[in-house]
Write a protein that binds this ligand. Sequence first.
Ligand code: G6P
Length: 601
Amino acid sequence: MCGIIGIVGNKSVADRLVDALEKLEYRGYDSAGIATVSQGELDRVRACGKLVNLKQKLKETSLSGHCGIGHTRWATHGVPSEVNAHPHSTQRVAIVHNGIIENHETLRQKLMAKHHHFESLTDSEVIAHLLDDYLQQGDSPEDAVRKARKELVGAFAIACIFHGHDDLMIVAREGASPLAVGLGQEENYVGSDALALSPFTDQLFYLEEGDMAILSSGSVELWDSEDKKITRSTFQSQVSVEAISKEGFTSFMEKEIHHQPQVVEATLASRLDDNGQIKPSGVDWNAIDRVTFAACGTAFYAGMVAKYWFEKIARLPFEIDIASEFRYRMPPLSANGLCVIVSQSGETADTLAALEYAKSQDQTILSIVNVPESSIERVSDITLQTLAGPEIGVASTKAFTTQLAMLATLAIEAALARQVITSSQALTYIEELRQVPSLMHLAMGKDHVIRTLSKKLATMSDTLFLGRDINYPMALEGALKLKEISYIHAEAYAAGEMKHGPIALLEDGYPVIVIAPKDSIVEKTASNVQEALARGAWVIAFTDAPHIFSGCDYIEMPESTLLQSPFVSAVLIQFLAYHTAQEKGTDVDQPRNLAKSVTVE
Ligand code: G6P
């Protein structure tokens, strides 16, 4: 979750550390800081809040030095504050940390007994003191890191610089906290992802579990978990910093909503061959009797939509679970089964752990990820990459719809391979998918109507989203989007379930948002809406059958099929959340308390 950057080179690093932190701010933004070592002296500047505050402070206090580390924080232990911000330092060492040290309390007690004085409430500060303790005893920085890491329990990626060493940085990784090492000209780098390193170098390798590396301006040396000196091959990163611009939109989220037709089209195109047929994914669909799916957040809802597609179109059972539940539930899985894992970042700790569990049960892992070269991709058997491009807004939009695009093509592929549909039916489905970008454009035309409704919605404190069948996961995603960025409480229910509880909440003016494209059961949903209207609710219906939603405010959707409608409703619920948040004046790109990449449990 937190972002780490480190540079050891031959020119000043402070400004460049801050520039790199800008690219990592999606990982956390409650405080930030940098530390450098210059003429042997460690120095640091930290600030609470977004990076802009750190920049302001650095105007008053500049940091010199050719070796430095930076951090942007998503709080786990200790409130967001300057004192809890990284880097954490002692006289002898400064460190930045991503992850969680589970035995921090025991270590803290032990170190306090040895007269170490702690200033923060973070788990991370123990790393600095533990290293300091070994350094005090005369260990070299290298030995101190080697010994300290053996005492740390948990998941961590750390980067450390040392008093008296202007050309030395030591980094280490344990657990689900990625760390990339970048190789440059008389300069080397470390970063939480390839994006942060993209302004400096495209030659990278990732630290594997248990690796430790020693960086100087002229060399990188590496040891594995067994303390064997090794080398790892570098690759050329394809991540480009150019893609990170708002392109005239007021926020990344707004840009990302508008880019969906083109990235969905690109993602679909990547799955079709020259004859317009779906390319084989590599899965033997006749060898499996069910699919298991695990993911978190919005990616989980993409899987929930896919469940309806796989079960209705391919007649293949599709079991879904939230990754954080799946990993500890220890579900029995059929031998040689298929596990589908979806993740925008390819890094989410719970999703990665769910994948590892599935692997331990001899499942073939098919992952759908957006960030190239991610941890999940590296341990999957088959990876399909969504072509959403960098998604910067914390609330997922274009990653979600490209995930849907991938999953839809897989459902058609499975249906055809299992001979549940004919080739001509497959072509009809593919043609429906080809129309999706235009339908999304049509949905975007409803922007102004949604904006008007959002003015009233922004005055509300609670909302209920409803949908049946494939629209139920879309209702869940709609509620998630609204709560994430506008902070309005939003719940979602399967429409038929409203009478079993949430109906008790309804009173005059209570907002109910219903996703109801015309399908075989739209009238059932309309009956539930009547029940809500009868209790005074204010109902907004997203539908292409407005005549059966009399008494509601409605947004007219373009007509769509089972395969198409989730893409259309995705655009509408995103605009609803976006405009409501704009109306409330919240930060849509960096909503409070959230982070884009969640590498802790
Ligand atoms: C965070 C993000 C969500 C995302 C979820 C799963 O909560 O804010 O937008 O859906 O993590 O992330 P992943 O990268 O695995 O898709």
